[in-house]
Design a protein around this ligand. Structure first.
Ligand SMILES: Cc1ncc(COP(=O)(O)O)c(C=O)c1O
Length: 490
């Protein structure tokens, strides 16, 4: 047969590549059909005016990829099957995409308003959850990264320990003991890629359809989303200015497996759960047989007095520590992009939790862990925290002063709330919706984060996180003044 392939000696493509592509194109446009014999290499080389080796190379490559078959003593043939039985629609006809079948799990997956970072740059950023990036000890951090990355052996670069680097687990166990009163062994500490992963794994281990999980209302939206994925029934419990209303917890039942709480600093209100309620919550957990997930992501950040010990610390001293899982994170005390957090587990939950972590993500990134371990053990972490407490305290006061001076009659905060965390929750009494306020503020260069997502049922008035940690005091002052002008003109 005559098979014509254009050969261009001036082309950047090698002659082998040109023959290879030419044969593939002939198979594609069906000039060459399945089972058809190709010219011998000698014949084809002669026709194309190239060497036999070139043709031989191209044939071998196509044989290797399964398009051609070399039959000993008989020649080279197009393989019997070279394309899908079902394929792209004929030219000019529209492809009908059948509805893709996705799982129940996908149906339970709710998209989150904050899943992607904002692309717009804002002059004033009051959105929640950002630490003071301009005050990160970057020189130390970079030095430690460089040091840990060049470290001695290849363990930083291979698969690592599922539960975390042993010396990081030791450093965390010592740190949570000193800082949060949580007494534990390093074996109880498991390093994760942040609180969300910690919560996800724990919930998969204890929740399922038919089970019940208590959440705070309002409360951390991701907790509700993650719990929802398990198919368990979500039981919202109200929150007042002292945090979770423990008297409103459901009656004990074996179906209640978990209660998720933020006792040190409630999200979003900022309430601190008093001792009497902490004790009542632990008693309820003991009677119910439910676990308490203590989310302590910003427990270290309290400015007007010493941080209260964690609920897990009280559970330790009361002898009921097996009922509490302590979850914390480096997202706020260092920075969120690090994606590192940890859990302190009752001993019986360590093995299942580690098995779950190994199965879904193997382990948290080792190099980050090594840097954080060095950062803690060499004293940088607690020095940084102490500096951030002073800085955030001043920024908190600047925000509150600016609100009092400019937003009086528009934005209300609960004055009984302690100075702690990264934001003040403000209720806006104005004739605009949350999204209208966000849009108008954005147009004026102000980023705002609505708190509707924290409520099971949106409240009558829009609420906002006013985060103060990422901006200097003058900026906070200017930003609030600008916001006030904008809202008063509305
Ligand atoms: C209530 C609460 N828990 C935990 C976290 C930290 O989560 P992660 O460690 O996944 O960054 C946040 C972050 O904003 C939060 O608001």
């Amino acid at each position: 047969m005559d098979l014509m392939i254009p050969i261009d000696r001036a082309s950047r493509n090698s002659l082998v590549e040109q023959v290879y592509q030419g044969i593939l194109a002939a198979i594609e446009d069906e000039t060459l059909g399945p089972g058809q014999r190709l010219p011998s290499t000698r014949e084809f080389a002669r026709q194309l005016g190239i060497t036999r080796f070139t043709v031989d190379d191209a044939y071998s490559r196509l044989v290797g990829e399964g398009y051609l078959e070399a039959r000993h003593g008989s020649g080279t043939y197009v393989a019997a099957r070279v394309r899908l039985a079902v394929g792209a629609p004929a030219a000019g006809t529209e492809q009908v995409v059948p509805a893709r079948k996705l799982s129940r799990w996908r149906e339970r997956l709710r998209s989150s308003p904050e899943a992607e970072p904002a692309t717009q740059q804002f002059a004033y950023d009051f959105t929640s959850g950002t630490p003071a990036f301009d005050r990160l000890p970057l020189a130390t951090w970079q030095r430690l990264i460089a040091r840990e990355a060049r470290n001695h052996d290849w363990s930083r670069y291979s698969y690592g320990h599922t539960a975390g680097l042993p010396h990081l687990r030791e450093a965390i166990a010592a740190y949570v003991g000193r800082s949060r009163g949580v007494t534990c062994t390093p074996d109880q500490v498991v390093v994760t890629s942040g609180s969300q992963q910690s919560m996800d794994l724990l919930m998969r281990l204890v929740l399922e359809p038919g089970a019940m999980v208590v959440v705070e209302n309002p409360g951390y939206w991701w907790v509700r989303s993650i719990a929802g994925l398990t198919g368990a029934t979500i039981v919202p419990v109200p929150v007042d200015r002292d945090g979770l209303v423990v008297d409103a917890l459901p009656e004990p039942s074996p179906d209640i497996r978990l209660a998720c709480v933020t006792p040190s600093h409630h999200t979003p209100t900022g309430a601190i759960l008093p001792l009497s309620r902490r004790l009542a919550l632990l008693e309820w957990a003991e009677r119910t047989g439910a676990l308490v997930l203590e989310d302590d992501y910003d427990g270290e950040l309290r400015y007007d007095s010493r941080p209260l010990p964690a609920l897990a610390a009280l559970a330790n001293s009361a002898g009921v520590s097996n009922n509490v899982v302590y979850v914390s994170s480096f997202s706020k005390v260092l920075f969120p992009a690090i994606r590192l957090g940890y859990v302190v587990l009752p001993p019986d939950l360590v093995e299942p939790f580690v098995a779950a972590l190994a199965t879904v993500s193997r382990h948290a990134p080792t190099l980050n862990q090594a840097v954080v371990a060095a950062f803690i053990t060499e004293g940088h972490f607690e020095r940084h925290l102490a500096k951030m407490r002073r800085l955030y305290s001043a920024r908190h006061d600047a925000l509150v002063a600016a609100m009092d001076a400019h937003l009086a009659g528009i934005a209300f905060r609960d004055e009984t709330m302690t100075s702690a965390g990264l934001h003040v929750l403000a209720r806006f009494e104005i004739n605009l919706t949350e999204s209208e306020i966000v849009a108008r503020a954005a147009a004026a260069g102000i980023a705002l984060d609505g708190a509707a997502k924290t409520f099971m049922v949106p409240p009558e008035h829009p609420h906002f996180f006013l985060a103060y940690t990422a901006m200097p005091e003058e900026k906070i002052q200017e930003g609030i003044e600008r916001l006030a002008r904008l809202l008063r003109g509305a």
